[in-house]
Structure formats: C-alpha cells, structure tokens
Design a protein around this ligand. Structure first.
Ligand code: F3S
Length: 407
C-alpha cells in the first residue's frame, strides 16, 4: 500500500485536535484514500451531499446524522443537498403522511445544523453550486456527478452520502480516480449515426451506452445534426443521468462540446469503438405495456426554467387527466413562480413540486401505480425503487399522456 501523505492541518484533524466530529470525518476521508491508493488529499471547492430521503435512511441513518451533528462538526466549504422524499412545504397537499414528514424534516434539520444549504436538488448547478473547469469537488448523486465532471469540467468521484459529508466537514477529498488526469481519458469511442431529435433520444442513447461502458469514460462523436442545437444543457443532463443509471458512468466527453473533449490525448490510442445507429432497443427496454397513466413525471434530473417553459408551451392551457408533477429545486420553483410558469402548470391541473425525487418517495403509499416519464434514469429506477410500472417517451408523448390519462 502506498503512503498517503497528510499536511500538518490534516494530521491534526485526524488526531482529533479539532474535535471528535472532524476527527470522524477525516477518518472516513483518510480510509478512502488508503483503500484507493491516493498519495495525497486535495481541497474541495464544494460538496453535494446525498442520502437525504428518510425512506432510504431510516431511523439508523437519522440517528447517525444527529450524532455527527451533536459532535459539533459543521461543513467548511459550500455544501448543497440532494432531493428529499417529499416537498418540504407542500407535503400535506400532496398526500404524504404526518409520520413520514416528521422524520423527513428531522433529517433536513440535522443537515441544516451542520451548515449544509438545504437545497434538496440533484441539479445544484442550477442553484449556484457551479464549479469551474479543473476544480476539485466532492459530489454525490450520480447525475450531478456526471454533469459536474463532463459538462462543467470539474473533478469528482461518485461520492456516497457519508463520504461527501466527510469531505464537506474536512474540506478535503482523497486524490484518486477522476481527480487525476490519467483517469479522465476515454477508452470507449461512441459513434452516433442515428438522428437525435428528442430529449428522450439522449436518455435512450445514454441507457444503451451505459450498458456497454460500465464505469469507463466514453467519448461521443455525433455524425449528424447541428451540435450546438442538439447538445443543449437539458440533452447533456439527460445523457449523463441515463449513463450513470445504466452503467455507473461518471464522466463522458462529447467532441466539439464538452470542455475536455478537444484535449489532444483525451481518447486513448487503443480505445474500443461502439457504433450506435438505432435507439429502439432502449425504448423497448425502458417501457412496460401499461396503458393507464396515474402520474406523468417531468424533472429527472430536476427541471430548469427552460424545460418548464417548454412544458407550459406544450400543455397550452389544456387540463390534465392524470396527475402531473414537475420536480425541481425550490429556488428554481421560486423563479418559475415569478415568471408565471407555476401558475400556468397549476391552471392545467399539474404541480411544480420542489425538494423531492419520486424515486426516493413513498409513491405507492400516495396511491400511484403507473408513471410516465421522459427520463431514462427515472424509467430505470422507478420500477425497482417504487414498484410503479413505467412508460418512457418523448416530451410530447408524456404531455399527451397527462392530458388523456392514457399512453
Ligand atoms: Fe434527480 Fe431523482 Fe432523477 S435524484 S436525477 S430526480 S432519480
């Protein structure tokens, strides 16, 4: 095992000179560094913490957070928080139980006591946590990690809940994996020959490539279409989220688009090549045959203002028959409210739901059995995590499903 060298401040943290909470955090960072053969720790510019839903944490997780907070450990770098299992304000109207809400709010409170910004979103980059190119960060949540590495050009491994919180408390992470130049090179070239017309096409592509890439770094070359028009932030967000879900891909490059793609040595010489000319296998794999739709879910990853405006345009004032939820960050919801988008969605009978992710919410207890989504990540996880049957398709298909209640 190679030596992991600590600065004098890091050694003092590990020795408990800054208190038991910081010592516990440094023990986690140090242990990970040793396991992964890191030579040093690096300072992080920001942290995104996951493991927020009470549905996943349970009493043991809540107790662990409370104990850590009670030791007086608080974050020393800007730290944002992943989605919870409910809208922290509108939970009652949405049908969440008092007991779930009480426990979920206790989790949020524990994070707040540690100085975490309780943003409750998987798109922290839409609410001010925007690391620069080359900046070391410690983010959890697979789609956010992918976006930070690939689209923003920051450097992070896929942190878990405790390791991200430990990085926030120490301001450090171990320099291994995607923090190092050599691990950011692509070993799989993906040549995309089919047209990419819909947002869901990017999710479908990500689903297929993730299955092949499995933890590797893919390098995309699109053979047709206007790159700038095609590779919108929403498209890249969908692509990365889908690959993260189907193949734990944490970094990808797109020729001519992402910040590190044009580095001369980005693609290793002995790379494998995958040609994608048909997305139908992904659509087939992500769809059940359910017809009746209880809930149409947009906002996985959490919706931006632009995505919401597009939905309002497509709804065009029509009433929905199924439930319609657009999940987003609370701060984005507030902006949407100011721009009249929330009122427009509500006029159609839909809801702009803040703070939460459907995948970690008790959806069956709310009475839902079927769901339609434009998100390949959502379609991958919803059946196994919530027990709901899923339809996956284009934004237009999902809007029509909301209006008719039928797929
Ligand atoms: Fe975000 Fe949940 Fe989707 S965390 S990416 S809304 S599965």
């Amino acid at each position: 095992m190679c030596e992991l060298e600590l600065s004098s401040e890091e050694q003092a943290m590990l020795a408990g000179d800054f208190g038991p909470g910081i010592r516990q955090a440094m023990e986690i960072v140090f242990a990970l560094g040793q396991i992964y053969g890191a030579r040093r720790l690096v300072s992080v510019g920001s942290v995104q913490v996951a493991g927020v839903s009470y549905r996943n944490l349970g009493e043991a997780g809540l107790e662990f957070l409370h104990e850590w907070a009670a030791q007086g450990a608080s974050v020393r770098v800007p730290t944002t928080l992943n989605p919870a299992g409910m809208d922290l304000q509108a939970w009652r109207e949405l049908g969440f139980s008092e007991s779930f809400a009480r426990s979920q709010l206790a989790v949020i409170d524990a994070f707040r006591r540690q100085g975490v910004r309780t943003t409750c979103t998987c798109t922290p980059y839409l609410v001010g946590n925007v690391p620069g190119v080359g900046e070391h960060v410690a983010w959890a949540e697979s789609s956010a990690v992918s976006y930070a590495n690939s689209v923003l050009g920051a450097r992070t491994n896929r942190e878990g809940g405790p390791s991200a919180l430990a990085a926030a408390i120490t301001g450090r992470t171990a320099a291994y994996g995607l923090h190092l130049d050599e691990n950011r090179r692509a070993t799989l070239q993906v040549v995309v020959c089919c047209p990419m017309r819909e947002l869901s096409d990017f999710g479908a592509l990500g689903y297929l490539v993730g299955k092949v890439a499995r933890n590797r770094v893919p390098y995309f070359v699109f053979r047709s279409g206007d790159l700038e028009e095609m590779c919108s932030h929403a498209a890249l967000k969908a692509l990365g989220a889908a690959m993260a879900a189907s193949g734990a891909v944490a970094l990808y490059h797109v020729a001519g688009v992402t910040p590190e793609a044009d580095r001369l040595d980005v693609l290793v010489p002995d790379h494998e090549t995958l040609v994608v000319d048909d997305l139908q296998p992904a659509y087939a794999a992500l769809n059940s045959d359910v017809r009746q739709i209880d809930l149409v879910w947009f906002g996985c990853p959490h919706a931006s203002l632009e995505e919401m405006a597009e939905l309002v345009r497509l709804l065009n004032g029509r009433q929905v028959r199924s439930a319609l939820w657009i999940t987003t960050a609370r701060e984005v919801r507030e902006q949407a409210e100011a721009e009249g988008l929330v009122a427009a969605v509500e006029t159609s009978g839909g809801r702009v739901v803040a703070d939460m992710c459907t995948v970690v919410a008790p959806m069956r207890e709310l009475g839902f059995r079927t769901l339609a989504t434009t998100s390949a990540k959502g379609a991958t996880y919803v059946p196994s995590h919530t027990g709901l049957q899923v339809r996956y398709g284009t934004v237009e298909q999902c809007v029509e499903a909301a209006v008719t209640g039928i797929w």
